[in-house]
Write a protein that binds this ligand. Structure first.
Ligand code: ARG
Length: 465
């Protein structure tokens, strides 16, 4: 069949060009949005008197039938259709004849692809938000059971101060919450309809872009036609936001890899989310967490890829932008899958609180509390208190103990100014609970943080359903 645009051509295009030029084999993913857009457009054409009721109805029935064929996998996508827009329009004309030929009035593929792709990105934006919220919900559920579970808090991956496990999980939640907020912000920024921009300069028909925008769920039409058909920053917003999500996922995944090692032993993945080795029969590997960590690579690549495609493009539409789609599809799929898998593997995660407790006793992590006790309760200047604490640490090392395991008499013997009651300062749980400043790790503060996030989540459910 002749191409829809072949009027001014006398020779067929080469097969090589057809293959190079076509996007049909990847942009068919946009079929739902393309049909949705065409229905809104034809409805508007009817409202302004360009289509009769009869023609509009024929178009809608034809589009619905095509949608069903595609959904059932019966629609044949052909290279000669070039892209999803021409595939659907061509099939419509084949199916309903004359009325189908009027659908493309006051429209160009340039605003058509812009609206399809924007709707796809915005719908995916909402889907990623849902998955992030589900993940945060799971983390908060686990956290609620562990606000009193001691573990070593680290800096430089070295034992630093005692924290509780929930506090660590809440830290993850805060990052994922900001990811949600970034998505919400870009949704607000980008939810405007480019349809009706035409090829680049608007159209010479008295169209009603507001009506189309409203039907498609946009806030309103975009302002400038040339910008609307050429910008892809709505897609770059999404790629950046996903890159950030994947960076957060990879940090979480890295901790899960570490924690599931013998050396840490804080958690283990259920068999369902672990893998074996083909040569070492004893092994249980955290492949899931490693893949979650590794998937950030492609997300960063897709972002840099599209930024590079867009760089230096003159206004308005250029075919270069056809290269916008595959990376975006890939990043969205990657984010959705990774969020789902992370969520599922966390729900099944075994948490070894005994091991966390044991590791908290390594590294004298209440040393700062001892120094503070010497200053506050014994009137010793900080520099000296620091020195005495060092001596206590050295004594404990000699005894093969953590300072929190020393007897009161042993500590008192190190300096005559040290007062009784010192054990309380060294107690790891009191040390954790002493950090009761706003945002701190005390059980009380952690519960407050969990509550705040739970309230936020409830509010999200009410607004996003
Ligand atoms: N397949 C094209 C794309 O994805 C659709 C727009 C084509 N417009 C054009 N003037 N050739 O960008």
């Amino acid at each position: 069949m002749a191409k829809l645009w072949a009027g001014r051509f006398s020779q067929d295009s080469s097969q090589l060009l057809d293959e190079f030029n076509a996007s049909i084999f990847f942009d068919q993913k946009l079929w739902r949005q393309d049909i949705q857009g065409s229905k809104a457009h034809s409805e508007m054409l009817y409202e302004i008197g360009i289509l009769s009721l009869e023609e509009k109805n024929q178009i809608h029935q034809g589009l619905d039938a095509i949608a069903q064929e595609i959904a059932e996998g019966k629609f044949k996508f052909k290279l000669s259709d070039e892209d999803i827009h021409m595939a659907i329009e061509g099939a419509l004309i084949e199916r309903i004849g004359e009325a189908g030929k009027k659908l493309h009035t006051a429209r160009s593929r340039n605003d058509q692809v812009a609206v399809d792709f924007r709707m796809f990105v915005l719908q995916s934006n909402q889907a990623v938000i849902q998955k992030l919220c589900a993940l945060i919900d799971t983390l908060l559920k686990i956290a609620s059971n562990h606000t009193d579970t001691l573990m070593p808090g680290m800096t430089h991956l070295q034992h630093a101060q005692p924290i509780n496990f929930a506090f660590h999980l809440v830290a993850w939640c805060c990052a994922f919450k900001r990811d949600v907020e970034r998505l919400q912000a870009s949704y607000q920024r980008n939810n405007f309809s480019p349809l009706g921009s035409g090829a680049l300069a608007g159209v010479p028909y008295a169209t009603n872009r507001e009506s189309v925008a409203q039907k498609l769920g946009f806030f309103s039409p975009t302002l400038n036609a040339m910008d609307s058909v050429s910008d892809r920053d709505f897609a770059l917003d999404m790629l950046y936001e996903i890159a950030m999500i994947m960076m957060h996922i990879s940090r979480v995944a890295e901790e899960l890899v570490l924690w599931s090692s013998y050396e840490f032993g804080f958690v283990s993945f259920s068999d369902e989310f672990s893998t074996g080795s083909s040569i070492m029969p004893q092994k249980k590997n955290p492949d899931v967490a490693e893949l979650l960590r590794g998937k950030s690579g492609r997300a960063y690549g897709n972002l840099i890829g599209l930024l590079t495609v867009m760089k230096g493009l003159p206004l308005a539409y250029n075919k270069d932008t056809q290269e916008d789609k595959e990376g975006v599809f890939d990043s969205i799929q990657t984010a959705l899958t990774c969020l789902e898998i992370l969520n599922a593997s966390l729900q099944d995660l075994k948490i070894h609180t005994d091991r966390m407790q044991k590791m908290v006793l390594v590294g004298h992590i209440s040393a700062t509390d001892l120094a503070d006790f010497l200053v506050k309760e014994c009137g010793i200047p900080f520099r000296e208190a620091h020195h005495i604490t060092g001596e206590v640490v050295a004594f404990a090392e000699k005894e093969g103990k953590d300072i929190s395991q020393l007897k009161e008499e042993e500590i008192l013997s190190i300096d005559h100014r040290i007062k009784r009651g010192v054990l309380k300062a060294l107690d790891l749980k009191s040390s954790m609970n002493a950090r009761d400043s706003l945002g701190g790790t005390s059980t009380h503060q952690t519960l407050h943080q969990i509550y705040t996030l739970q309230e936020w989540l409830k509010n999200m459910e009410n607004t996003h359903g």
